[in-house]
Structure formats: C-alpha cells, structure tokens
Design a protein around this ligand. Structure first.
Ligand SMILES: Cc1cc2nc3c(=O)[nH]c(=O)nc-3n(C[C@H](O)[C@H](O)[C@H](O)COP(=O)(O)O)c2cc1C
Length: 241
C-alpha cells in the first residue's frame, strides 16, 4: 500500500511524533511531503484554477503534490492547531486545491487526519480537515486529535487502534457509502455543471469523466436511500438554481 503524508506543521515535533507512531502500525510505503520545504507561494486569489488548474501561477509546485494523491491508497494529513485553526502552511495548500471542490476526483482514496494542540481547538480543526478531504472526494476519513501535554498526550494505544483500522480499510480496497452531506455537495456541483453559463472547465470535467450521468461517483455504492436523496436533491437544485 502507498501512503502519502502531508505534514502541515512547520516542524517535526508533536504532530510528527504522532505520525511516527502511526507508521509503526501500518504496512506499506510512505512518501513524506513537508509543506514547509515546498515553498508554495501564497494563493493570490486569481481564480484561474477554476478555469483549469494548469492556469494557477503556482501549478508547477502544487500539481505534483495533487498528482501524488491520485496515485496513493492512503493519505495522512496533519496540522497542529494555530490560533484555533490549521497552520497557514496547510491552509495555503488547501486554498490551492479549491478547484477540487468543483471537480472532485479522489473517490477511491482514504484519509487519516492528525491534529495536535496545546489544549484547545483540535476537534474543530480535525473536523475542518475531514470536511476538506471529503470535498476533494476522499471516500472515508479517520481522525486522530490530541491535546499534547495533557494525559492523552501521545496515547500510543489510541493511535495504534485508529491507525490499524485505517490501514485495514485501505488494504481492503472496500469503498464506503458516502455521508449524506457528500451526496448533496456532489449534486450541487453536478447541477452547476449542467448549467450552460457555468464555468466551462467544470462542465467539461463533469461531462468527460461521465460523473454528470451518475448520482455519485459510480465506483461508490450509494444504496437505495442515498440514491433517492441524490435524485431528489438534483431535482430540487435544478429548481433552486
Ligand atoms: C503560532 C501558534 C499558534 C498556536 N495556537 C494554538 C491554539 O490556538 N490553541 C492551542 O491549544 N494551541 C495552540 N498552539 C500550540 C500548538 O498547537 C501545539 O503545541 C502543537 O502540538 C504544536 O505541534 P508541532 O510540534 O507539530 O508544531 C499554537 C502554537 C503556535 C506556534
């Protein structure tokens, strides 16, 4: 199994200690991306990625880091809490992937989010990172968040338990039914892609991948209840937008 690790901490300390522990519980190859060393310039808000990610002025730096995700079985993505949020390093990377919200792609990838903090904010930050991955299309997200210095600091048992569940899931290759919110977001973007005056690149992506014809990514089984939700939401969004 191939795991990509994106470290959103500028240093290899508390958060990295959790990653090191996770690696002990997983079998596979690991590729580390230290965002601190990638020197990705700040997203300048040009909007060009929405018209095609290759138009981003930082495409040469960002695209290899997205391509690695397409090639991986599992993603481990980390951040310490900074001012009750992710680090600017990680947020800048996420901002550069905003086009993936419009054109989700990583439907077979599974993720593990790792967050450490001195005392607060870790649950909310882990939730934000979970949601981000799911906007990219990631099939299932596991979470590990710790307050360092407290009694749960480097709880190796808890780390091992979650890492093993994540690893077994990655190895199984089984794809999980998405959350209802993911079905709704998918169908919002699908709806936009049907609109003739919507961003041409999004329209092209949804048509060329065939996603436009599906209630959700076809490799992921929805089940009857979520299929009804998908169809009903598309009908509703067609009337709304
Ligand atoms: C700039 C900065 C902002 C921080 N903000 C918070 C915060 O809002 N809440 C908190 O509990 N800890 C905060 N911390 C503490 C870190 O989240 C915590 O020490 C974390 O484990 C550091 O991870 P690292 O060793 O991987 O860098 C902050 C630390 C720094 C350097």
């Amino acid at each position: 199994m191939k795991y990509v690790i994106i470290n959103g901490s500028p240093r290899k300390k508390n958060t990295w200690a959790v990653v090191k522990q996770i690696k002990k519980s997983l079998d596979g190859e690991f590729e580390e991306i230290q965002l601190m060393k990638e020197n990705i310039p700040i997203c300048n808000g040009c909007f060009k990625c929405f018209d095609g990610e290759e138009n981003c002025p930082h495409f040469d730096k960002v695209n290899p880091l997205v391509e690695k995700l397409k090639d991986a079985d599992g993603l481990i993505i980390t951040s310490p809490v900074y001012a009750m949020n992710v680090t600017s390093l990680l947020k800048n990377y996420i901002d550069h992937t905003a086009y993936l919200y419009h054109r989700p792609a990583l439907f077979t990838l599974k993720g593990l989010v790792v967050v450490t903090t001195a005392g607060a904010g870790h649950k909310d930050v882990a939730k934000y990172m979970d949601e981000t991955l799911r906007h990219w299309g990631v099939n299932k997200v596991y979470k590990l968040s710790f307050a360092c210095g407290g009694k749960d600091s480097l709880d190796t048992k808890a780390i091992d338990k979650v890492a093993k569940r994540f690893g077994q899931d990655v190895e199984s290759g089984k794809l999980h039914s998405p959350k209802i919110m993911d079905v709704l977001f998918y169908n919002v973007w699908r709806r936009f892609a049907l609109n003739e005056d919507h961003i041409e690149r999004d329209r092209q992506y949804w048509r060329e991948t065939g996603l436009i014809n599906h209630d959700f990514a076809p490799e992921v089984k929805l089940g009857i209840f979520k299929t009804i939700i998908a169809k009903a939401s598309l009908f509703f969004f067609k009337r709304l937008f």
